[in-house]
Design a protein around this ligand. Structure first.
Ligand code: GLP
Length: 268
C-alpha cells in the first residue's frame, strides 16, 4: 500500500486526476472504476477541465461504478447515475452506453443483476483503475463492516451510520434508500490499480484502521492491504491518526523519481 499525504483536498484531487489522465492517454481501451460521494467531486471537476482544455478524451473509455441505490431510478436526482451524469459524463466525450452502474430495477432479481455486472466487467477486460472513497466506518463502495472479503456484486443493507452520514444529502421528507447494489470486496480487489481518496478529519479513524489496522471485515477497506497496487491519497486531516507519516513522505519522494523515469503504471 502506497500512502501519499498532501496539504489539502485539492492536491489529492490533482494527483488522482494525473493517474486517470495517464491511464486514458496510455491505454487504448481503458476501463475505469468510478465512485460517488463528495470526495471525488473535485477529481471529476479536474477531469472535465482537462477534457475541455483538449488534454483528455474519454472516447474509448468504459466505466463501471461501484454502487447504486435500490428503489430509485436513474431519473431521480439522488441516484448515482444522476450524480455521474451531472459531475462527469455530461461534460466529457464518453460513450454513455459504455458507462455501467450496478442497477436493480423493481421486479429484477438482485442476484441475477449482481452476476450480470460481474460478467460485464469481465467482458470489458477487467477494471484498470478503480477510484475509491471511504466511509467513516471503513466501508468501500457499500461494503459495510463485516462484509465478506470474498464478496462479489450484490445487494447490501446499509448500516445506520452510513444512513446517518448520507442523510445530509437528502431532504427531510425525501425517500432515503436503505438498500443498495455494490461491487463486492473481491470485485474491487480484481482491479489492476486502486486509488483511494480520503479527506477530512471524519475519515481519520477509518484511514488508520485501513492502513495500519489488522486485515479485518470490520474495516472493509483494510482488504486493500492485500492488493498489489493500492494507492491511498490523503489530506493532512485524514492522515492525522497515522504514525508512519515521515516514512510515507520519504517513500513518496523516492517514487517521484522512479515515476519520472518509468511512469505511474507498469502493466497494461
Ligand atoms: C458513500 C459511497 C462510497 C463513498 C462513501 C464516502 O456512501 N457508497 O462509495 O466512498 O460513502 O462518501 P463521501 O466521499 O461523501 O464522504
Amino acid at each position: 500500500m502506497q500512502v501519499i499525504i498532501f496539504d489539502d483536498a485539492q492536491h489529492v484531487a490533482t494527483h488522482a486526476a494525473e493517474w486517470v489522465a495517464e491511464l486514458l492517454n496510455k491505454n487504448p481501451k481503458p476501463v475505469l472504476g468510478l465512485a460517488t460521494g463528495s470526495t471525488p467531486i473535485s477529481l471529476y471537476q479536474q477531469l472535465v477541465n482537462k477534457h475541455q482544455a483538449g488534454q483528455l478524451s474519454f472516447k474509448n473509455t468504459t466505466s463501471f461504478n461501484l454502487d447504486e441505490y435500490l428503489g430509485i431510478d436513474a431519473s431521480n436526482a439522488q441516484s448515482y447515475r444522476h450524480f455521474m451524469n451531472e459531475n462527469l459524463f455530461d461534460h466529457v466525450d464518453i460513450d454513455i452506453s459504455k458507462t455501467f452502474l450496478p442497477t436493480c430495477a423493481q421486479g429484477e432479481n438482485p442476484r441475477t443483476q449482481g452476476l450480470k455486472y460481474e460478467q460485464q466487467i469481465k467482458q470489458a477486460g477487467g477494471v484498470d483503475l478503480q477510484i475509491l472513497g471511504i466511509g467513516a466506518n471503513g466501508h468501500i463502495g457499500f461494503n459495510e463492516p463485516t462484509s465478506s472479503l470474498a464478496s462479489r456484486t450484490r445487494i447490501k443493507t446499509l448500516t445506520q451510520q452510513t444512513l446517518n452520514d448520507n442523510s445530509r444529502l437528502f431532504d427531510k421528507n425525501e425517500f432515503q434508500p436503505t438498500l443498495a447494489m455494490t461491487m463486492g470486496i473481491a470485485t474491487i480487489l480484481d482491479a489492476r490499480y486502486v486509488l483511494l481518496m480520503a479527506t477530512g478529519e471524519s475519515k481519520a479513524k477509518a484511514v488508520k484502521d485501513m492502513v495500519a489496522g489488522p486485515l479485518s471485515a470490520i474495516c472493509p477497506a483494510s482488504a486493500l492491504q492485500m492488493h498489489e497496487n493500492a494507492i491511498v491519497l490523503l489530506d493532512k486531516a485524514a492522515a492525522s491518526q497515522l504514525e508512519e507519516q515521515e516514512y510515507y513522505q520519504w517513500a513518496h519522494d523516492q517514487n517521484i523519481m522512479i515515476n519520472q523515469e518509468f511512469g505511474l503504471y507498469h502493466n497494461y
